[in-house]
Design a protein around this ligand. Structure first.
Ligand code: AGP
Length: 616
């Protein structure tokens, strides 16, 4: 939450910073600000609202300079007013700070600083940092930042600029990420890769507690003990074009349409051309480590948690290893019991979700091995994991997770196959068949896109609805949850997902002639287990119809009974039971998208949300 950007170079800083803030806006969008130093003068411009509001302020009252910092905010402490917008200042306006995170002890620090004569003008926790740096500044901004961080607790990514040392920008972090981008004659600081991907692919991920001091032509990094650390430059191979809208109305729509490519990329590097076996090349764990695994725990938040729920079905069915699923936000508060030979898998698109990271820290207290399934190279979760399985979705800018979810499902399927073949639960031939089925998925998704007009049509029918239900059974239940989450987060329509069999235990009371109920009733004619669930789902459709609900079913060509019993149906191609969730997800994303768009909602930046949830 909150996006930070910093720039030193030969271009006018305002343009570079505004460009970066627009690319970071998905991290927070309730106010924005910028500070530029020029001729030892500090120029600050801020606005409540979006980056375009800040741009309007700058059009009226611009500022020049080649050094600057910027911020786009997701409010935690203090309302999203202009006054509370970053950058925040010390008493004399000589030191400015942008911050992502929360300073937990800010109240006691504020009280003490007020006692020493400092004057505060905002409601934020961040302002104490500016005053602490002011207090400790004795000629070196780096030292003052170091001393200030000794006093604060919580989590933070900070970037500091001062007229007292006008040629420097100092940055540090504990928790949220800071990335430094290096280009010819220019240095960038950002919260996330896409913000600066257009300017450079050579990036340094600042480690926990490190302080980076940037000056023209130089970069100095010191670790938490004050020793100089060697910058570790990583080359990022994301295509900058992926971080652009490319003619689509919204990033979300573009990202939905990128799924065939994303799934292909996630699969290609993982399957041996010669043997057809899954190879997890980013895995540093040994075969022996995997053979010892007796149970698995999947931990995640939000959409990634839905992927975890579906992953449980995949791993249990293919590898016959018991799986538990936990919310990152709940895990550490219940004194979890972790039996020996447990493997913990963290699933996170961003790799920086605070709750997931806190669960990972808890797991690491014991000697339990942990794997990260993650989309962002070098992100925090990957650095703490024993092994990493990257999804190759590319940058996901829309706040609503789309391609990251289907590539997580793909990765979990591959991981389940890997475990199954390592434990010799499946034969090589069976492995081949499973992989062949996966290889057909991208093409099958393309065929769903042929029905875009029909999704727009459905959206036209239902965009006025005030609530929706989504039902599914077995591995389709997590997809019902994901369908409901997508709709509520981008259209603000109240939507819930339920296991279809649970309806009679309460939710049936909600059904009336105005309620659209999306029922996942995909049938796969060659699996008896899935057919059993399908038959039960038909009964659930009939129960909804008997109470006058409106049924929109998600079906395959084999779902004859479901088609007949429903008011509307959406057909997806057939595939194996464990891969159907990927195909079911795409129409639900499109339905939500077109409903939200028709309602005039801000699809890419829904109210009250942010892409990376870096606060607990
Ligand atoms: C879903 O559309 C949301 N963006 C949200 O639920 C998200 O999945 C959750 O915050 C977890 O994020 P992560 O995958 O980056 O950890």
């Amino acid at each position: 939450m909150c996006g930070i950007i910093g720039y030193i170079g030969n271009k006018p800083a305002v343009g570079v910073i505004l460009e970066g803030l627009k690319r970071l806006e998905y991290r927070g969008y309730d106010s924005a600000g910028i500070a530029v130093v020029n001729d030892s003068q500090m120029y600050i411009r801020r606005a409540s609202g979006k980056v375009r509001d800040l741009e309007a302020v700058l059009r009226q009252d611009s500022c020049q300079g080649n050094f600057g910092i910027g911020h786009t905010r997701w409010a935690t402490h203090g309302r999203p007013t202009e006054e509370n917008a970053h950058p925040h200042r010390d008493c004399k306006g000589e030191i400015v700070v942008v911050h992502n995170g929360i300073i937990e002890n800010y109240l006691s620090l504020k009280e003490a600083l007020i006692g020493e004569g400092h004057q505060f003008i905002t409601e934020t926790d961040t302002e104490v940092i500016a005053h602490l740096i002011e207090k400790y500044f004795k000629g070196s901004l780096e030292e003052a930042v170091q001393k200030a961080t000794e006093k604060i607790s919580g989590n933070y990514a900070l970037v500091v600029l001062s007229v007292l040392e006008p040629n420097k920008i100092v940055a540090t972090r504990v928790g949220p990420p800071i990335i430094i981008g290096m280009a010819e004659g220019e240095t960038f600081i950002a919260s996330d890769i896409p913000a600066i991907l257009n300017s450079t692919r050579d990036m340094i991920f600042l480690e926990e507690g490190e302080i980076a001091t940037l000056a023209p032509g130089s970069l100095r990094i010191t670790n938490s003990q004050g020793q100089v650390a060697e910058p570790r430059v990583q080359r990022i191979n994301w295509d900058p074009v992926l971080a652009e809208k490319g003619g689509y109305k919204h990033f979300m729509l573009k990202e939905i349409f990128e799924q065939p490519r994303a799934i292909k990329d996630t699969t290609i590097s993982r399957v041996s051309r010669d043997t057809g076996r899954v190879i997890l090349d980013e895995m540093k764990m040994t075969e022996k480590d995997f053979l010892q695994v007796e149970q698995i725990r999947l931990i995640a938040c939000g959409t990634s948690w839905h992927a975890a729920l579906a992953g449980k079905f995949m791993i249990e069915k293919l590898a016959r290893i018991p799986v538990e699923v936990d919310y990152g936000s709940e895990y550490r508060y219940r004194q979890p019991i972790v039996p020996p030979n447990t493997l913990v898998i963290f699933i996170t698109q961003s790799g920086e979700t605070a709750d997931t990271l806190a669960a990972q820290r808890e797991v690491k207290l014991s000697s339990t091995k942990n794997i990260a399934i993650c989309n962002v190279v070098g992100s925090m979760v990957t650095r703490e994991a024993d092994a990493v399985l990257y999804t190759h979705a590319g940058p996901e800018i829309g706040v609503a997770a789309t391609k990251s979810f289907t590539t997580q499902l793909t990765s979990l399927y591959l991981l389940a196959l890997f475990l199954a073949s390592t434990k010799k639960v499946i034969t090589l031939e069976q492995g081949h068949t499973y992989i062949e089925e996966l290889a057909k998925i991208p093409q099958k998704i393309e065929s769903i896109f042929d029905s875009v007009k029909y999704f727009e049509e459905l959206a036209r029918h239902f965009f006025h609805s005030s609530q929706f239900l989504f039902l599914g059974r077995g591995i389709h239940y997590p997809i019902a949850l994901e369908g409901a989450l997508k709709l509520k987060e981008i259209s603000y329509i109240h939507a819930e997902g339920f296991p279809a069999g649970e309806m009679k235990h309460g939710p049936n009371a909600l059904i009336d002639e105005t309620l659209p109920v999306v029922v996942i009733a995909t049938s796969n004619d060659n699996s008896s287990q899935s057919n059993l669930l399908y038959e039960k789902t038909i009964s659930n459709i009939k129960e909804v119809k008997a109470r006058d609900g409106i049924v929109i079913s998600l079906v395959t060509q084999f779902s004859k009974e479901a088609i007949e019993a429903s008011d509307y149906h959406i057909q997806v191609p057939t595939t194996s039971e464990l891969l159907l969730p990927i195909l079911e997800t795409v129409p639900l994303q499109l339905l939500s998208y077109y409903i939200a768009d028709r309602r005039g909602c801000d699809v890419d930046q829904p109210r009250n949300l942010a892409k990376s949830v870096t606060v607990e």
